[in-house]
Every structure is written in C-alpha cells, then in structure tokens.
Design a protein around this ligand. Structure first.
Ligand SMILES: Cc1ncc(COP(=O)(O)O)c(C=O)c1O
Length: 415
C-alpha cells in the first residue's frame, strides 16, 4: 500500500513480535489500548538482568550493567519527555491504581469545607473504587462526596465547557478533581489545559489518569500545572502485562515537607538511604514517593520499550497516529456506513489512536460480531455495555493493517 511505502516509521513494526493464530497466520492486532505488543529487544533486556543476577548476586545492585540501585532512574528521561515534564517530576514505580492511592494520600486532603472528589461518570472502575475507598478512609460517603459528571443526555462524550461549569459550580466543595487524559471507553481525549486550570482556579487539587494517554498523545504536564498524574505501561508503552507504571508529581510539590505521604526506604534520599537512619528524609521530586525497591525483571521491558520511543519520537508517532486513525474512520464510513456508529470524536485533537464504535446493524448480535471479528483474525476488544474498541498503534501497525481490520469487520458483520 502506497501509504505504508511513504511511512517513515514503517520500519519499527519489525521491532515487535506480532501475534499469530493457531495456523501460524499473522493476526491484525488493534488491541494496543489494552496490551501493547512485545518489543523484540525485551528478551535481551531481561536476559541482561538474569545474567547480571547469575554473575553478580547482590553485587548487581551496583555492578550490573544497569545498576539496580538506580534502575528506575534510567527510565526518567524518556518518561519525562513523553509526559512533558522535568526528570525530577516523574518516576517509574508500582501499578496505576497503587500510584493513584499514593497520590491521593498526599493530594486528597479533605477538610470541613472541601470534602468532595469530582470525576467523570464513566471513570474506569478501578479509579472509582480507589476514590470511593479513599472517601471512606476519610470517614466520607460517596453518596454525598463523590461528584460524577455525565455527558449531556443522549451523548457519549463529555464537553469541556460542561466540565468547567461543573467544576466552577462545585468550587469550594472540591478537594480533588480526577480526570482521564484519554477516556478508556469512548477514546475521547479531554482538553486538559483548561480543565486543569479550572480545577486550580477553585482551589482543588487535580490529578490525571494517563493510562490511555502515555505513548499515545504528546503532553505538557508541567506547563499544564497538574498536581499529579499516574499511568500504566502495558498499553501504549508496550512494557508487558502488569508492567511497572509511573507517576508525575509537579515540581511545586517535590520538596514539600508538609504533605503527608506513605513512606518507604526507596523514597529516602539516595545518598543516605544505606545509612539506615531511623528518620525518613525523602528524595526531592517524584522519586520521594517510591516505597520499595523496584522489580528489576518487570522493569526491564519498560527500558527496552522506552528506547524505541526515543528513537521514533512522540511527535512523529502522533503524526502517523492521526493519519492511521483517520484512515480507519474513513474506511468504516465508506465501506460499512450503516453498520457501525463511531462514538469517538472525529476531530484528531479530541482523540488518540483508539476508535470506539457501536455495532448498530444487528445490534442484538453486537458482542457476537466482535467474537467473529476475532475469528477473522482481527484483535480489538469489547467493553460492556456496547463498545468495540480498535486502535491502530503507530509504532507497529500499518495502513494495510487498518484496511485488513475493516475488511474483517465487514465480514464479521455479514457472517
Ligand atoms: C483508565 C485506567 N485506569 C486504571 C487502570 C488500572 O490499572 P492497574 O491495573 O495498573 O492499576 C486501567 C487498566 O486498564 C485503566 O485503563
């Protein structure tokens, strides 16, 4: 296909393992919003750590090729670039929901006046569970203290002005505003700068869930002034199932000693960590929120993957992503117009690579259609109640993949 021949990033697809079916046929993988593909270099990165562990035992903490004591620091430069932050503002650690809890310990500080959290009504369940459990932890009640903003009647996506109005209206009650960068179900990318500004104007802390944003959209978290952000690395960062996630803490909080936090030795200043003092003296910046020493074998794939991002460049990836997803939309609208209703916004700036859609022809069979799609060799996924998600990922998908996916979808609809 001509588009692929002209694609300057096409060579990166060969750096990934592409899944096959039982007969050895390559699948068309559009499931990167759920789990990214494995970079081929991951095996060497893990093998290096196994080798250093075999060869050095405990000495690997300082003598490994990538010394384990500073292992997470190796990720900082690339992560900082991806989220638009200073290296001190990011840290690779834990998983997303755990990081969200740790951030809420510091940034959800309800008092008699401000005791509410504002989220969107279709927030990812784990985020909601985390928020509700934090409310309970503070003796508060979701029925009163959780404010959930819904799209307008009959609409699936949120409007920036509605969110801003609601934030302004709830104003003095809000202790925390927690929003997604890209919404997991609809694929809508929120316009974060005015939303963050609105939350800060009313004096609320503001945190962003970047699960579907990091590695998908360029960001400038530092300039946008979010208080914190959290992410996982198994989707667009391709760091493997359950990979080590990450956290952003804005510079203005990095050295605050008045903020409560759950502490552990890995958050202690590195130069005095091994003096084993009894008093916790946190590292400046996001690193000070670490608790335990990082799982090296689980962190190795993240370093492998970030190295690829650094070579490809987020801006070039975003350019290709916009073209790929536009092509997916165009083919769906041209080839199966009556069958599928795309619910993701059509403006490129309001979405990442994911398109979410409802099967409207034979709607009662919609979920079976997704199963048939898989039998046709196309991997996307189904999210209740009625959404099929397909995501062409610029690092490893081609325009031909997009064409094959729409052909598969057309067959699945007719079967
Ligand atoms: C938007 C969002 N938030 C939170 C999570 C939970 O992530 P974790 O299992 O890493 O805590 C996910 C997982 O897919 C997600 O998509």
């Amino acid at each position: 296909m001509a588009h692929d021949a002209a694609d300057p990033l096409a060579r990166f697809a060969a750096e990934f393992h592409h899944p096959y079916d039982g007969e050895g046929r390559k699948l068309t993988y559009l499931g990167g919003h759920s789990l990214g593909l494995q970079p081929k270099s991951v095996a060497q990165y893990i093998e290096q750590e196994l080798k250093d562990w075999r060869r050095l035992g405990v000495l690997g903490h300082v003598a490994a090729e990538r010394p384990w004591i500073g292992y997470h620091e190796v990720a900082a430069a690339a992560l900082a670039e991806l989220v638009g932050a200073d290296q001190n503002e990011v840290v690779a650690m834990n998983s997303l929901t755990i990081n969200l809890h740790l951030m809420m310990v510091s940034f959800f500080r309800p008092d008699a006046q401000r005791d509410c959290v504002l989220i969107e009504s279709s927030a990812f369940p784990s985020d909601r569970y985390a928020v509700v459990s934090q409310l309970k932890f503070h003796g508060l009640d979701a029925a009163r203290n959780l404010i959930e903003v819904e799209p307008r009647a009959g609409q699936r996506t949120l409007r920036t002005e509605d969110l801003i109005d609601r934030i302004a209206k709830e104003g003095s009650r809000l202790a925390l505003v927690l929003l997604p960068g890209v919404q997991y179900l609809t694929g809508q990318a929120l316009d974060l700068p005015p939303l963050i500004a609105a939350a800060r104007r009313v004096g609320a802390a503001v945190g962003i869930d970047l699960a579907h944003s990091i590695g998908n959209m360029p960001m400038r978290l530092h300039d946008w002034n979010a208080d914190f952000a959290v992410w996982c690395s198994y989707k667009y960062l391709n760091a493997g199932p359950g990979a080590v996630g990450g956290c952003f803490v804005h510079e203005r909080h990095g050295r605050r000693s008045d903020l409560p936090r759950f502490a552990g030795w890995w958050g202690h200043k590195r130069h005095s960590r091994f003096l084993f003092e009894q008093t916790f003296d946190p590292s400046g910046g996001a690193q000070g929120w670490q608790i335990s020493n990082p799982p090296i074998l689980a962190a190795a794939p993240l370093l492998a993957s970030l190295e690829i991002f650094q070579r490809a460049g987020m801006h070039a990836l975003r350019e290709k992503s916009t073209a790929l997803t536009g092509f997916l939309q165009l083919l769906i609208e041209d080839l199966i117009p009556e069958s599928v209703q795309i619910i993701t916004p059509s403006l490129p700036e309001q979405r990442g690579c994911q398109l979410s859609m409802r099967i409207v022809r034979r709607a009662a069979e919609a979920k079976r259609c997704q199963e048939r799609l898989e039998l046709c060799g196309v991997i996307g996924d189904w999210r209740e109640p009625d959404v099929l998600r397909l995501s062409p990922v610029p690092l490893y998908n081609s325009f031909s993949d997009v064409f094959a996916a729409v052909q598969g979808l057309s067959l699945a609809l007719d079967a």
